[in-house]
Structures are given as structure tokens and as C-alpha cells.
Design a protein around this ligand. Sequence first.
Ligand SMILES: *Cc1c(COP(=O)(O)O)cnc(C)c1O
Length: 377
Amino acid sequence: MKNQTMAGIRSAWVEIDYTQLLKNFELINADTPAHLKKLCVVKDQAYGHGGVIVAKAARDAGYHYLAVETIDEAIELREAEITLPILIFGEVSDAEFTACLTYNITCCVNDIDKAKRFNAACLAQGIHHPIHIEIDSGMSRWGVRWNNALPVIEFITNECTGLVLEGMMSHFAMSDEADKTYANLQHSRFMEVITALKQANISIPLIHMSNTGGLLDLPHAHFNMVRSGILHLGVYPSLVCKRIEGLKPVMSVKAQIPALRQLQPGDCVGYGMHFTASKPMQIAVLPIGYGDGYPRVRNEGYVLIGGQQCSVVGGNAMDAMMVDVSHLTNVAVGDEVVLMGGQGNEWIDPRDLVQWKKTVCYEILTGWRARLPRRYV
Ligand SMILES: *Cc1c(COP(=O)(O)O)cnc(C)c1O
């Protein structure tokens, strides 16, 4: 993996439970209709889990398509000899489209000007290249607005012989919360385009709209392909979406204790004097901080050592943090610390870090920085 050490020797690391990843794919396969095609979203190194490794596992689990956000991510997959079709979300520039042709990567074309230029590039090389069109059904992000889509699709279909319109997609702004009102409005706008295409006698092979939230909660929005990025990682996009029995997080974050310190009453801990010992204490200094993606908390959150919760004391630094181990009877330099994941009977969920970092679980997963080596077990 680019920018990520696979055999890092640093004593703080991200651990990926590869067996659980394969199991999650199996459970999802068993839970989804057999005829449904599946696209695995592996953007941003599969949310920090390792893009190539997750892509290969998805391929072996029978997924039909991969998707990333950037051309560089797509090329990395091709260089790892992954031959599954790859879709790039968003818009690509002319230079990026040239690379798409070289590496056989599918991209989205959402307007007539771009269709003309990309078509000319294909014809110049004498090739037909697959593309998808994205319909903006209510996110105001990528794509052509649903009520302006038909002329663009007709133009691509009728005038661009170098482009093969293989897919049409849209994306939900809110598919995983209990209130599906807006998701259903987006779905009905997307349906308007589909109805118009039927009337115009245009058929597009792949129709896809659902992310994990839609896959779990909106079966009427599955069409013939779904796109999921977080589900096989064992993490749910929300507290209320449907659950799949047995699915578990694949990623843990661990470290080894490099130093223990004895505090006297009155001793201060960390930057900003956020913690002062009121009694004799023992703390562990951990070799990980907000520069690694851990939340920049002050006297909030905990880690697991010896199967017990140990509270963060003081303010976390970029490269280090301190936790209270006074209650542990048996703690030593070199002991394993779990910052996310399980130890003994305790479990720190990505959702716990969501509280401490005040964010969403997507940012917790992708937030662990590349300087933490990835270890696959
Ligand atoms: C990231 C992304 C997904 C995957 O979303 P999950 O909630 O992780 O399943 C699907 N579609 C698009 C367009 C995306 O950008």
C-alpha cells in the first residue's frame, strides 16, 4: 500500500482482522438477494483498512465492481493486478480521462461538453470506453440534476459512439436514519429519469443508487447493483439501520506501553495543565497521539490495558498520551494497550471514539494516519 508500511515495527499500530473481513463479506452475501450485483467502495485505502487488500477480498467474495474517488487510487489497484472493473466517483479532468483509457478505468460523464471531448479522445484511439452517468437527485454534489438528465443521456447514447453508457447512478444524502422521507424523495426523482429512459427506449445495463444505508434499509432502491464501503468493515453507518447478525469491526488500534510514571500529589500531566494529581498515582505514557488520528481529548475517553478501562488523563499530544493505571495490580512496560477494539471482556467501539472525537464513524476509520503501520492478522 502506498504511504502505508505493512511490516512496520513501530510499537503503535492498526490491526486488521483479515479473517473477520472475509467473514463479513460472507455474511453480507448471505443477507443480500443472489441476483443483486455488488460494488465494493475502496476509496481512501478502504477507509484506512488497505485498498488493495480489501479490493482483493471483495473480488474473491464475488463482488462485481470496485469504486474509488481518485485516479491515483484506481491506478494503484490496477498496478496490484486487480482486473475487476473500477469506477471513479465524481468528475474527472481531461488528463485524468486519458489515464482512465490507459488503465481501463470507468468514470462518470455528466455533461454534454465533457461527453464531446471524451468521445473525441476515444475515437482518436479507435476505442469504446465504458462510462456511467451520475444523477443528482438531491445532494447537490456530483452529477446532472435529475430533471435535466434526459438530454445528456440521449446525447451520449446517440452521438458518442466512442462512449458506452454502461451505468447510471445516484447517491443518498440520508439513507441510514429512521426518517426515510428525503431518501424516498430522491428515489422518486431517480425513478423519473428511469421512466423517461423507458419512454425514450434507452436501456442502461447497471443502475445503482444505494450505499450501505440503502443496501440495509431501502430494498426498493437496490435496482441491479448496490455500492457499499463501510458495511464489510463491520461498522454500521448509523445506530438505527438494519443489523446483520455476526458482523464485527475488522479494525483495531493497539500499542505497547513504553513508559510508566509515578505521580506525586500536585504533579501536572500534559500540555495545558488540564490534569493535576490529587493523590499518588501511576500513569502509563502511550506512544500515540492526535497526529496518529486519536481524538485530541482532555481527561476524556479510555483505553484497555490488562482487560480493564484506563482513563485518559490530561490533554493528548500529537505523539503521546497519558492514561491512569493506578488501579491495575499488574502492569509493565511492554504490555499491550487497545485504543480501539477488544481486550478481555471489554470492547472500545468506533462509536465510542465518535463520542470523544465528536464526529462520525467514517472519520474515525479513515482518520488513523498512514504513519501507524497496518498489521494484518
Ligand atoms: C463513499 C460512497 C459510497 C459508500 O458509502 P457507505 O456508506 O460506506 O456504504 C457509496 N457511493 C458513493 C457515491 C460514495 O461516495
